[in-house]
Write a protein that binds this ligand. Structure first.
Ligand code: SF4
Length: 154
C-alpha cells in the first residue's frame, strides 16, 4: 500500500478531527464488491486503524458514512435513518459507481440509483469497485472538504 498516503491521512485526521475518524459503513444494495474493498482497509496489508481510522458499529458514534450500492427501494428508509443518527458534521462518501449513480443496476422499480438523491455527498469515489488506495484518497479529500466547511463556519 501507499504508506505516504496513510501518513498523510493520519496527519490530516490529527489536525482537523482531533486524532481519530470513525466511519459507519452503509450498504444500500451493493453486489458486495465495494464492501470487500472497504473490508480490505482493515486487513493486515492496509490496517488503516494505525492511521487513526476505525469502523463504528453505530452511526451515533460515527463522523463519516461510507455508502456502497445504489439505493434499493427497500433500504431508502434505512439510509435516511442512519444519516439522521450520525452527529454533525455528517461527512458522506459515495463509494463506487452504484452509489454514485446506480451503476450497472441503473434506476428501476427496485432501485432508485445514486445516494445523492437522499443525502448530501461530500466526495464521490468512482470505480467498480474502487481500490483501497482510492478509498483512502477519498477519505483524505472528504477531510479537506470538511476543513473548508469549518473555515466557512457552515
Ligand atoms: S460499483 Fe461495482 S463493485 Fe461496487 S456495488 Fe456496484 S457493481 Fe458492485
Amino acid at each position: 500500500m501507499n504508506e505516504e498516503l496513510g501518513k498523510d491521512m493520519k496527519a490530516r485526521i490529527t489536525k482537523v478531527l482531533g486524532g481519530s475518524l470513525h466511519i459507519r459503513h452503509v450498504d444500500t444494495g451493493s453486489c458486495n464488491g465495494c464492501d470487500f474493498e472497504m473490508g480490505a482497509l482493515s486487513n493486515p496489508i492496509y490496517d488503516i486503524s494505525r492511521f487513526g481510522v476505525s469502523f463504528s458499529a453505530s452511526p451515533r458514534q460515527a463522523d463519516m458514512l461510507m455508502v456502497t450500492g445504489g439505493v434499493t427501494r427497500a433500504l431508502q428508509k434505512a439510509l435516511l435513518r442512519t444519516y439522521a443518527a450520525v452527529p454533525n458534521p455528517k461527512i458522506v462518501l459515495a463509494v463506487g459507481a452504484c452509489a454514485i449513480g446506480g451503476g450497472v443496476f441503473g434506476e428501476t422499480y427496485a432501485n432508485a440509483g445514486g445516494i445523492d438523491q437522499f443525502v448530501p455527498v461530500y466526495v464521490y469515489i468512482p470505480g467498480c469497485p474502487p481500490r483501497p488506495e482510492a478509498l483512502m484518497q477519498g477519505i483524505l479529500s472528504a477531510i479537506d472538504k470538511y476543513e473548508e466547511v469549518l473555515k466557512r463556519g457552515n
